[in-house]
Design a protein around this ligand. Structure first.
Ligand SMILES: NC(=O)c1ccc[n+]([C@@H]2O[C@H](COP(=O)([O-])OP(=O)(O)OC[C@H]3O[C@@H](n4cnc5c(N)ncnc54)[C@H](O)[C@@H]3O)[C@@H](O)[C@H]2O)c1
Length: 364
């Protein structure tokens, strides 16, 4: 079928269980696409590919990149492999979606951003938080001046920590890259580029059981990050593999005329609450509609079909990476560090024209 987008998946671990069904559902809902090959270094996962009726499986990602019938490559491997795989995929002329972060290294990430500018393929970097209706509604309220001038903000995301792959606790892993990345993406999307960071970070739980084996934690697992957006606007991001449960909004923005809160986490938003001084009450926009955090795959596939750019830019992902890398550096040195990169956040002026159709929340 003309305009059918063919997808190759590299990495058949935990997140593929969300991305693969999403691609299949897109196709059922009328966005013509299919997964033609999957890859994982673990040969046993060929069985998973068979269960998902993916017609080909390989343990060598070069095979995916070498296939002429692959348009879009999803890189769903552990964080430490993202940079080299993304470079190879862009150099092969593919459109690329990479899970977060795009790279562990700022110099490598800068190369990827430059490469994406000249390569045939688009580069979409997770997280895809700006694609949710809740985010876009909040963006519109903030930019319409409904809370006045934003002065203060908070992002929150943590849990007890993964127990299925050691990479989360190795250098380049950790909750800032795994979890805080969502908050930093949301806050910079809503408030614009960050100018300066300062953080307290540390290893709070030095030993973990992962895959039934004891391991020493080699990267910080506990973060309080301060972000300076200029013009006396400051935010704090709290993240850690140190948090058993919590009951606070994922994102809060406080302005001179009001407050806006995202209900639940920014990877799984359930609407928002808006306080305007002129109203004197909370407007409750709680939503039961589900947004899928894998939604970037819809955007990249539809961008290819429609001949447009994806909504999110690699420059935004680079900026977020600089904030995260410098948060770790600041944690080590105790210094406030300037953020030198910048980007233009996507605009959402007209009502919800770039969001996925809503799905009812499945029972958890
Ligand atoms: N697990 C989650 O809930 C979650 C949610 C959102 C994003 N993410 C991100 O997604 C990425 C993957 O996380 P995960 O939890 O699925 O990890 P995972 O360990 O479950 O899966 C990663 C898979 O990639 C494979 N792999 C590693 N190197 C490879 C290579 N060179 N070629 C082919 N396959 C390779 C591994 O064998 C493994 O099966 C991470 O960047 C993570 O931050 C995870």
């Amino acid at each position: 079928m003309a305009n059918r987008v063919r997808v190759g998946v590299i990495g058949l671990g935990s997140v593929s269980e969300k991305y693969v069904p999403h691609v299949r559902r897109l196709n059922i809902e009328g966005t013509s696409c299919e997964i033609v090959i999957a890859c994982d270094v673990r040969p046993g996962l060929a069985e998973r590919a068979r269960e998902w009726e993916i017609p080909a499986f390989t343990t060598d990602y070069h095979e995916v990149l070498g296939r002429a019938d692959v348009d879009v490559v999803l890189i769903l491997t552990g964080m430490q492999t993202h940079g080299p795989l993304t470079r190879d995929a862009l150099n092969s002329g593919k459109h690329v979606l990479v899970e977060k972060p795009m790279s562990m290294d700022l110099a490598e990430a800068a190369e990827l951003v430059a490469l994406a500018k000249v390569s045939k393929g688009h580069l979409v970097c997770a997280p895809h938080v700006t694609l949710s209706r809740t985010y876009q509604d909040m963006w519109r309220h903030i930019h319409a001046g409904d809370i006045g001038r934003p002065l203060t903000a908070r992002g929150f995301y943590g849990w007890a920590g993964p127990d299925w792959d050691p990479f989360f606790y190795e250098p380049g892993g950790g909750p800032m890259y795994d979890l805080g990345v969502y908050n930093v993406t949301t806050l910079t999307g809503l408030l614009g580029p960050c100018k300066r960071v300062m953080a307290m970070t540390g290893i709070a739980i030095p030993e973990r059981i992962v895959n039934n084996q004891k391991m020493q934690v080699q990267t910080d697992d506990n973060f309080q990050l301060l972000m300076d957006f200029g013009n006396q606007c400051f935010a704090v991001v709290t993240t850690g593999f140190t948090i058993q449960q919590y009951d606070v909004p994922g994102i809060e923005v406080y302005g001179t005329e009001g407050t806006i809160n995202m209900l639940s986490d920014d990877w799984d938003p359930r609407g928002y609450k808006l306080w305007r001084n002129k109203d004197g009450f909370w407007q409750d926009h709680t939503s039961r509609a589900k947004w899928n955090w894998t939604d970037g795959v819809r955007d990249i596939i539809q961008a290819v079909q429609e001949g447009r750019k994806p909504v999110n830019s690699p420059e935004h992902a680079y900026h977020v990476l600089e904030v995260m890398v410098k948060s770790m550096e600041s944690g080590r040195t105790g210094q406030a560090l300037p953020i030198v990169s910048t980007f233009t956040p996507p605009r959402f002026d007209s009502a919800a024209d770039r969001v996925a159709p809503h799905l009812d929340h499945a029972p958890e």
